[in-house]
Design a protein around this ligand. Structure first.
Ligand code: AMP
Ligand code: FE
Ligand code: FE
Ligand code: ZN
Length: 285
């Protein structure tokens, strides 16, 4: 029994719909799937329905971009309440920033005499949480770049001419927001962030786990992060980070987290649920 806890749909920068993603998960025999779209939980309702019909356990999640000591890192929030008011307000704010960032990126590309239209990007994105992959797809569709790699290399990678920094919440604030929404906070793909030295401080701030298994982690890296997780008493999670067909071959099926790791996550959550206080009990009667 296995789980994939890092997946994207077309509600952010993936290409699969929640139903298509669920069907892929079923094909690989997953027991549990988590949808972790960037800065949105909109796909979770449909994914939950599709998973339920396919007899797969669904875990609502999101992937937030955060910052610590000048480093960008991604935080996954698992088992969040997707109706939590504060979470939804913050996500709406991130989405607005993302949309403005697209406008800024397109303006910079136009300044280089590359005639990309803003509408082309928004049509392709067709979601509230657009990102660089949508700009890249629009550049390819408009015949302005040969492929996505060229779009990132010429324009979109960090420090390339159309790269616009993303507003980032501080990592401790992101952990707090995830906890406020009843979730577990997990550092995504630490092997891609180059900030191992920040993990102990984040653990002090309440970080719950490390995504040790990830498509881009070599076996030695997965082992390395498992050791760190063990030392700091953090959960071990994993996922493919599948974006559908956007990057060639879909990645789902490539990372299989043993299901007992999901049970460990649920045990920690169950411990955290606050016992009803006397006042709560009285108001309930
Ligand atoms: P954004 O959130 O808008 O900064 O875009 C980040 C997303 O772009 C990541 O989640 C990846 O899906 C994708 N990405 C980042 N770098 C590259 C690259 N060099 N080639 C293709 N996709 C990339
Ligand atoms: Fe992405
Ligand atoms: Fe990420
Ligand atoms: Zn991701």
């Amino acid at each position: 029994m296995f789980a994939d806890l890092h997946l994207h749909t077309n509600f952010s920068d993936g290409t699969y719909t929640p139903e298509e993603l669920t069907a892929q998960g079923k094909r690989f025999g997953f027991r549990a799937l988590a949808l972790s779209d960037h800065d949105t939980v909109e796909g979770c309702v449909r994914m939950a329905t599709a998973c339920s019909a396919a007899d797969i356990e669904f875990i609502p999640a999101t992937e937030l971009t955060a910052e610590l000591d000048g480093n960008e890192l991604h935080l996954l929030g698992y088992f969040i309440d997707t109706t939590n008011a504060k979470l939804l307000v913050e996500l709406a704010r991130f989405q607005e920033v993302r949309q403005n960032r697209i406008r800024e990126m397109v303006a910079r590309i136009q300044n280089l005499n590359v005639p990309l239209r803003e509408e082309t990007v928004f049509e392709i994105a067709n979601c509230r949480a657009p990102g660089r992959p949508h700009v890249a797809r629009a550049l390819v569709k408009a015949g302005l770049c040969k492929n996505l790699d060229e779009a990132f290399e010429r324009f979109l990678k960090k420090d390339r001419p159309a790269w616009v920094p993303k507003f980032k919440m501080s990592a401790p604030q992101a952990v707090e927001l995830i906890h406020h929404a009843g979730g577990l906070a997990v550092m995504a793909h630490p092997g891609l962030n180059n900030c191992d030295d920040l993990i102990p401080a984040l653990a002090e701030c309440g970080l719950d786990g490390l995504e040790c298994y990830h498509t881009k982690h070599a076996a030695a890296q997965a082992y390395h992060y498992q050791k760190i997780a063990e030392q700091l008493g953090l959960l071990v999670t994993g996922g493919s980070d599948c974006h559908g067909l956007s990057k060639g071959r879909p990645l789902i099926g490539g990372v299989k987290l043993p299901y007992w790791r999901v049970e460990e996550m649920k045990k920690l959550l169950a411990k955290r649920v606050t016992r009803p206080t006397q006042a709560n009990l009285q108001s309930a009667t």
